[in-house]
Design a binder for this molecule. Structure first.
Ligand SMILES: [Zn+2]
Length: 123
């Protein structure tokens, strides 16, 4: 029996037009590029709290990847976190940076959000 699943990386077409073999979306709405952009924060629904000390002063920064918010909501949330940690921080490429090591506190805050899966990442 031959499998029809194997598209072999080729763009195939249906009566609806061409589809991207990777994301299975119409080529015009291909999300592959978008996903590549988000490589740093994989969109698997898990929020990761990590820490980075390399090239940073003192305790480094706490990094929060994969927060399921966008735009103004994300900015407001970053602000809220900074306030709760009593620390400064920035929002960069969808990743919230909080100065200092606040992982425990951040885990506590984020875990209280409905439906959010939060994990501490190594570092
Ligand atoms: Zn695609």
């Amino acid at each position: 029996m031959k499998s029809k699943q194997n598209t072999g990386g080729l763009v195939y077409s249906t009566e609806h037009g061409k589809f991207c073999p990777k994301c299975k979306k119409p080529v015009g709405r291909c999300i592959c590029k978008q996903q590549q952009k988000n490589k740093i924060s994989p969109n698997d629904g898990i929020i990761r709290i990590g820490r980075e000390t390399k090239g940073r002063k003192g305790k480094g920064v706490s990094l929060i990847h994969g927060v399921p918010l966008q735009g103004k909501e994300l900015q407001a949330f970053a602000k809220e976190l900074k306030k709760k940690c009593g620390s400064g921080g920035t929002l960069k490429d969808g990743v919230i940076e909080i100065q200092g090591d606040h992982r425990e506190r951040l885990l506590e805050i984020l875990s209280k959000k409905d439906g959010w899966i939060v994990k501490l990442a190594g570092g």
